[in-house]
Design a protein around this ligand. Structure first.
Ligand code: HEM
Length: 512
C-alpha cells in the first residue's frame, strides 16, 4: 500500500517537474539543439537507456551533427560530438559548464567528500587546488621509484601466475596508491583492513552512480524518508557505506601523519605545506578527504585502460613485436625501461596514445552540468542541463583518424617516425575543461611505464590451449567493452609468456 502511495507521490512530482520544464521550453529564446523524436510522455528515455549507448550516440551524431539534445522526465541532456564543440563549451565557457549533476545516493553514502562529484563552487575549488598541489608533474616525479617498484612487483606476479593478470592489476593499483598516499605497504589480499575497506567503499560508490540502480538519485526527496519504510532499504546500505567512508578518511591519515619515514607520501607533503602556512582558507578535514578519494578515482579508470591494452595486444601481435624491437634497440634487454627513456621510444608512446583513442575508458567522460542558460550556434542550452562530451565519437572521427576502428599506433607518428600526438592534456580520455582529470600526471606516468615494462619483457597472445573464450565469440572486438559510464571489458583469457631468459632475469633481479 505504502509503495503505491510512494509511486503516486513520485508520479505527481514528475508531472509537476515536467510541466515546469515544458513551460521553460515555451519561454526559451532559441530552439533546442537537434532532438531525435521521442515518446510523447517519456521523451527520449529510450535513447538514454539504450543498451549499446556509445554506438547509439555515435549514430545520432552522424544524423544530427556536432551537438544534439535529448530529454526525459524533465531533464535535458546535451551531447557534444566534436572536439571543437567540447572546447568551446567546456574550456572557453568553463564558467558555466563545470558543474556536476548531483547523485543523492553519493551524498547519503558520505561520498560527498569526493570532489569529483562536488558542485562547482568554493568547496570544490579548495579541494581541487589542494589535490593539484600533490598531484602536479613535479610532485608526481617524486614517486617514480614507487611506480617502478610496484610495476616490477606486478611483472613478477605475472610470471608466477599469468592467468590472473587482471586480479593482479587491482593489487598493483591498490598497493601503489596506498604507498604514495599513506606510505602504507599493502598486506596480502583480503588481509589488509585499510585497503579492503577502501575497496568496499569504492565499489559502493560505483554502484551509487549506476544509472537506474537507485530511485533516490532521480527523486532526492526520498532521501528524507526513514529506512523502515518499504522501498527505503537503500538507507541501510547508505548508512553502512557512510561508516566505512568515515573510517577511511580519518584513521589512515592520522596513522601516516604520526609515522616517521624518509619516503615522501601525500599526507606528509600536505602536512608540511600546511605547517608552512601554504593554505589559509581550508578546513581541517580537506586534506584527509582528498587523500581518501585517491584510490576511488584511480582504480576504475586505470584498470579499464589496462584491460584495453591487454585486448589490443592480444589481437595485434605484430604491433606488440614492433614495440618490443624499439625498446630492445633503445633500452636493451638488461634492464627495464624507465620514464627517462620515454622520449626515445616514439612507437611505444604512439601505442600508448592509441589505447586511449581506440577504447576511451570513460566514453562520455563524467557528466558536467550547466549553471546558466546559454546559446551555442543558435541553439538554446537551458541551465541545469547535463552536458556529455562524446569522446567515443570524437575518437572515431574519420576525418581525423582514418579507419578509426583499427588499432594503429602509426596514426600518432610522422612519416619519419616521430611522435606527433600532443601532450597529455590533449588526451580526450582525461575529460574536459576545469574538470579535466586531476590525477592525469600520475595516471599518465604510471600507465605508460606499465605498458613499456610489459612490452619489454612479456608477450601477450591468445590462449594456446585452443579453447575459445568470450572474445573469440564476438562479431566485433569493440563489443568486448561494456556500455557503461566506465567501459570495462568482459572477462577474457590471455597467454602471457616471458620474451626471453633475460626478461625473466631482469624481472626477478629487480623485484626481489
Ligand atoms: C587512465 C586513468 C584515468 C582516466 C582515464 C581518468 C579519467 C578521468 C575523467 C574522464 C574524469 C572526468 C573529467 C571531466 O569531468 O571532464 C576524471 C576526473 C578525475 N580524476 Fe581521473 N582518470 C584516471 C586516473 C586518475 C588518477 C590516477 C587519479 C588520482 C590519483 C584521478 C583523479 C581524478 C579526479 C580527482 C577527478 C575529478 C576532477 C574534478 O571533478 O574536478 N584520475 N578522470
Amino acid at each position: 500500500m505504502e509503495v503505491i502511495l510512494l509511486i503516486a507521490i513520485l508520479a505527481c512530482f514528475l508531472i509537476c517537474v515536467s510541466s515546469f520544464r515544458t513551460r521553460r521550453k515555451r519561454l526559451s529564446p532559441a530552439p533546442y539543439p537537434p532532438t531525435p523524436p521521442g515518446h510523447f510522455l517519456l521523451g527520449n528515455l529510450r535513447d538514454i537507456q539504450h543498451k549499446t549507448l556509445r554506438y547509439h550516440y555515435d549514430e545520432l551524431a552522424k544524423t544530427y551533427g556536432e551537438i544534439f539534445h535529448i530529454s526525459a522526465l524533465g531533464q535535458h541532456i546535451i551531447v557534444l560530438n566534436t572536439e571543437e564543440a567540447a572546447y568551446e563549451l567546456f574550456t572557453r565557457r568553463s564558467a558555466i559548464y563545470s558543474d556536476r549533476p548531483q547523485f543523492a545516493m553519493v551524498d547519503l553514502m558520505g561520498w560527498d567528500i569526493n570532489f569529483g562529484f562536488m558542485k562547482y563552487g568554493e568547496r570544490w575549488r579548495a579541494h581541487r587546488r589542494l589535490f593539484q598541489q600533490v598531484m602536479n608533474p613535479q610532485t608526481v616525479s617524486k614517486f617514480r621509484h614507487v611506480q617502478a617498484e610496484k610495476i616490477q612487483e606486478y611483472l613478477r606476479r605475472l610470471l608466477d601466475d599469468p592467468e590472473n593478470f587482471s586480479e593482479h592489476v587491482e593489487r598493483l593499483l591498490g598497493s601503489l596508491v596506498m604507498k604514495i598516499v599513506y606510505n602504507h605497504e599493502m598486506g596480502e589480499h583480503g588481509k589488509d583492513a585499510q585497503f579492503d575497506a577502501t575497496l568496499v567503499a569504492t565499489q559502493n560508490l560505483s554502484s551509487a552512480i549506476l544509472p537506474g540502480t537507485w530511485l533516490v538519485n532521480s527523486f532526492p526527496i526520498l532521501g528524507n524518508l526513514p529506512g523502515w519504510l518499504p522501498g527505503c532499504q537503500f538507507q541501510a546500505f547508505a548508512k553502512r557505506t557512510r561508516e566505512i567512508v568515515d573510517s577511511i578518511i580519518e584513521d589512515p591519515y592520522e596513522k601516516a601523519k604520526n609515522t616517521i619515514s624518509s619516503d615522501p607520501c601525500l599526507v606528509m607533503i600536505l602536512e608540511n605545506s600546511i605547517a608552512a602556512g601554504g593554505h589559509k582558507n581550508i578546513k581541517e578535514s580537506y586534506p584527509k578527504e582528498i587523500c581518501a578519494v585517491a584510490f576511488t578515482v584511480t582504480s576504475e579508470t586505470s584498470s579499464t585502460v589496462i584491460e584495453a591494452f591487454y585486448v589490443a595486444m592480444r589481437q595485434n601481435p605484430d604491433i606488440q613485436d614492433k614495440a618490443y624491437r624499439e625498446i630492445m634497440s633503445v633500452v636493451g634487454s638488461e634492464r627495464l625501461p624507465g620514464l627517462s627513456d620515454r622520449a626515445a621510444l616514439p612507437y611505444v608512446e604512439a601505442l600508448y596514445r592509441e589505447v586511449f583513442r581506440w577504447m576511451p575508458p570513460v566514453p562520455f567522460s563524467l557528466p558536467h552540468s550547466s549553471t546558466a542558460d546559454d546559446i551555442y550556434k543558435g541553439y538554446f542550452i537551458p541551465k541545469g542541463s547535463i552536458i556529455l562530451g562524446n569522446g567515443w565519437t570524437m575518437m572515431n572521427n574519420e576525418e581525423k583518424y582514418t579507419k578509426p576502428r583499427q588499432f594503429m599506433p602509426e596514426r600518432f607518428l610522422t612519416s619519419e617516425g616521430r611522435y606527433n600526438g600532443g601532450d597529455i592534456d590533449s588526451i580526450i580520455g582525461f575529460g574536459f575543461g576545469r574538470r579535466i582529470c586531476a590525477g592525469r600526471h600520475f595516471a599518465d606516468t604510471t600507465i605508460w611505464l606499465l605498458f613499456a615494462c610489459i612490452l619489454a619483457t612479456l608477450r601477450i597472445a591468445k590462449p594456446e590451449d585452443g579453447v575459445l573464450d568470450e572474445l573469440d565469440k564476438l562479431d566485433s572486438i569493440d563489443d568486448a567493452f561494456v556500455h557503461a559510464l566506465v567501459a570495462h571489458s568482459i572477462a577474457f583469457r590471455c597467454s602471457i609468456k616471458p620474451r626471453s631468459l633475460d626478461s625473466v632475469e631482469v624481472i626477478r633481479q629487480i623485484s626481489e
